[in-house]
Write a protein that binds this ligand. Structure first.
Ligand SMILES: Cc1cc2nc3c(=O)[nH]c(=O)nc-3n(C[C@H](O)[C@H](O)[C@H](O)COP(=O)(O)OP(=O)(O)OC[C@H]3O[C@@H](n4cnc5c(N)ncnc54)[C@H](O)[C@@H]3O)c2cc1C
Length: 417
């Protein structure tokens, strides 16, 4: 009897899928196995450092290296397309180009997307910040606003600050507010709007306090207990939860940093999902009733003994990728002693960028802030970046800038600086 040659197909080249592809190659018996990565973008995105593109602390190639460069020297086949259908019974994946790929093992890591909002004007006038294109658009708009202000200065209309409103006081909103504020300096006024009673509700107290101080030093106006009623081209209308009063905040640029949802399941067969639409898996991250299919990252409801579900973070996706690769190695290495094991998420800590050269860090009860935290965060993230080659390239540039005292002093190209 001849056995079908193994073919591992991975859908999604983000933290879950791409790191799984790289980890698989650590297992000797998987090195020669056909592995196909399906991902429509041509650059991997290291999302935790996307904010650094606003202030140009990092270059685009550092935050978003191309798949071609990262996959050089591996035998992973990258198909730059989108998977449109999965047939679990026939074990096939269909791509946008109508190509049908037969797999023996499948990994699905399609991640999350922004949740559509039904607040008037939000979808038309607010910018999101999830992709490289979002970051490029945001920096272009900021540069444009700065240029317009300097032109109006020559026309004697000077003095008015550029007003930016960030909606959502979670990690993304706080990080955006800090970076945009530092980009604009004294020519800008940033307002951060949060519906709840505090920013960074899910974070440790120490990190929250540190972030509040950092925002206050930057004169970011933080409005808590405030619900957004509407977004206009030049303003945001908010209502105080306490007094019921409404306020119109002038806003030349509005950033939406609230709400994500997992991407829809593209399988032809129905599978069990939680109320958010994340797919239910075994503790091993195998899809229920389909042991040759693994689901991970933001698309999965990843159970963990310490927490009900692992969070939707790069940290969790990264950890789960190594478990998926190990379990894949176990189920494909017939006759070996390897066993499938449950995924156990370990929360190592939280890190936030709080503007140029400043960060906040919490790990196992310890909180660290300021420039030292910014350097520590940079170092930790460099060693989390994909491939040793890319890590070394980024580390070399970072070290060079550190020696020249330029690490956190890079100013935007077309700003007022
Ligand atoms: C701006 C930003 C900052 C963040 N900062 C942090 C942070 O500081 N710390 C942290 O832990 N987490 C952070 N996160 C969250 C983190 O990025 C996600 O939790 C993590 O990327 C999830 O990994 P994933 O593989 O599930 O999804 P992703 O990394 O989003 O990857 C999904 C991939 O699947 C591809 N894809 C989708 N559908 C298809 C399809 N049909 N066919 C083929 N490919 C498809 C997408 O193009 C994408 O590349 C941040 C997220 C954002 C947006």
């Amino acid at each position: 009897m001849t056995r079908t040659p193994l073919h591992i197909c991975i859908i999604g080249g983000g933290f879950g899928g791409f790191y799984t592809a790289l980890y698989l190659k650590k297992y000797k018996h998987l090195r020669q196995i056909q592995t196909t990565l399906i991902e429509p973008n041509d650059q991997f995105l290291f999302t935790p450092m996307l904010y650094e593109l606003i202030t140009r602390e990092l270059e685009e190639w550092e935050v978003a290296p191309t798949y071609t460069s990262l996959l050089t020297g591996t035998n992973i086949t990258w198909k730059q397309t989108r998977a449109t259908r999965i047939n679990l019974n026939q074990q096939t994946v269909t791509t946008e180009a109508d190509e049908v790929l037969a797999y023996t093992h499948l990994v699905v890591a399609t991640g999350a997307k922004s949740r559509p909002v039904d607040i008037p004007g939000a979808n038309e006038h607010a910018l999101t910040f999830r992709s490289l294109q979002d970051a490029q658009l945001l920096t272009a708009r900021l540069a444009q606003l700065v240029q317009m202000r300097s032109l109006s200065a020559t026309a004697n209309l000077a003095g008015r600050p550029i007003r930016v409103t960030v909606i959502g006081g979670g990690a993304s909103g706080v990080e955006l507010a800090g970076k945009v504020s530092d980009y604009l300096g004294t020519s800008g006024q940033v307002t951060l709007v949060e519906r709840g009673d505090t920013i960074l509700k899910h974070f440790e107290d120490g990190l929250r306090r540190l972030s509040q101080k950092s925002l206050s030093r930057r004169k970011v106006r933080v409005l808590t207990h405030s619900a957004v009623l509407a977004v206009k081209a030049d303003a945001v209308i908010v209502q105080s939860n306490a007094s019921g009063q409404t306020e119109t905040i002038p806003s030349q640029m509005t950033l939406w940093a609230v709400g994500t949802q997992p991407r829809e399941w593209i399988g032809e067969q129905a599978v069990a999902q939680n109320e958010r639409g994340q797919l239910l898996t075994e503790r091993s991250l195998q899809l229920l009733n389909h042991r040759n299919v693994f689901i991970l990252g933001d698309a999965a409801d990843m159970h963990s003994p310490h927490q009900k579900t692992a969070p939707n973070t790069a940290q969790a996706a990264f950890q789960s990728a190594s478990r998926v690769a190990a379990n894949m190695a176990a189920i494909t290495d017939i006759g070996s002693k390897r066993r499938v094991k449950p995924f156990n998420y370990l929360h190592l800590g939280d890190m936030l960028t709080l503007g140029l050269g400043e960060a906040g860090l919490w790990s196992f009860g310890l909180t660290l802030g300021g420039p030292l935290a910014a350097i520590a965060r940079r170092v930790v993230y460099i060693f989390r970046m994909p491939t040793r080659h890319h890590q070394l390239k980024v580390a070399r540039r970072t070290l060079g800038l550190l020696i020249q005292g330029q690490l956190f002093k890079i100013k935007p190209k077309s700003s007022r600086f």
